[in-house]
Ligand binder design. Sequence first.
Ligand SMILES: Nc1ncnc2c1ncn2[C@@H]1O[C@H](COP(=O)(O)OP(=O)(O)OP(=O)(O)O)[C@@H](O)[C@H]1O
Ligand SMILES: Nc1ccn([C@@H]2O[C@H](COP(=O)(O)O)[C@@H](O)[C@H]2O)c(=O)n1
Length: 261
Amino acid sequence: MLRGCTAGPPGPLRRALPAAKPAVRRRLRECAARIPEAGAVLDILEKCPESQRKGEFPVVVFEGLDATGKTTVTQSVKDALGAILLRSPPACISQWRTIFDEEPTPIRRAFYSAGNYILASEIAKASTQAPVIVDRYWHSTAAYTIATETAGNIQNLPPDHDAVYKWPEDLLKPDLVLLLTVSPEERARRIEGRGLEKTKEEAELEANSLFRQRYNLMKGRRREAVLVPVDSVTECLAYVTRTRIPISLHLVEVFLEKIQS
Ligand SMILES: Nc1ncnc2c1ncn2[C@@H]1O[C@H](COP(=O)(O)OP(=O)(O)OP(=O)(O)O)[C@@H](O)[C@H]1O
Ligand SMILES: Nc1ccn([C@@H]2O[C@H](COP(=O)(O)O)[C@@H](O)[C@H]2O)c(=O)n1
């Protein structure tokens, strides 16, 4: 069983999920001799400005499991608002995903974490020009890491308020994060409908008993729409609500609900 990271030296989960940009850099540097693409990601990361202040426009992140509708919804919201749509990992490094997806967890997550920091500088710039809609960000990296690296049952998850749930202090924060959910049956139908295999990670997660327990818990707690009243994004939320898309919008919950803002 993996321990969390509340106290003492860094635990395995913290090693799997880098807490801040220096840890991401270190991890990529360590493997750059063996994986040249890690050096390339590092070069891009180093070129990003250290300070990433958000502009005056709202930044809304959409999260959710595969096939919950992120691509569809983010595209609609972008069109409706004249927003800028960004996704994680960002286009400038996504060509190397397949390489890192085959690597052990610490290297794989360093890649996605680096992607989040690179994306942050894109968000900072874009949010000075228009509202920004983001398809996946830090919650995906954290939730998938915690889910895949914690074995056994729910009790094995790090306790509430563990540092692993904390938004990294040096990563630009969005104004709002929405978690899209659909029923497991509808999600299975959609995955089948688009003729794609589940990703390797999705298949692993579904075989993982902890994930199933959390997922079932989530089913029992499904609510209609929980929207955070943040004035700057009400237009975006109103659009999503008006279209009556058959999905529920939730604040990030289950794994994600513990993440402190
Ligand atoms: N509101 C909806 N009602 C019915 N079908 C939908 C809805 N939204 C999306 N779909 C369908 O579900 C499938 C998955 O949608 P989409 O690609 O938007 O999900 P996603 O969350 O971006 O998935 P991934 O993370 O795997 O890229 C697509 O075939 C899409 O047409
Ligand atoms: N910020 C992110 C984004 C993605 N991931 C990983 O990618 C997988 C899902 O990506 P899709 O393109 O299929 O939506 C997901 O399983 C995560 O492993 C991430 O860690 N962090």
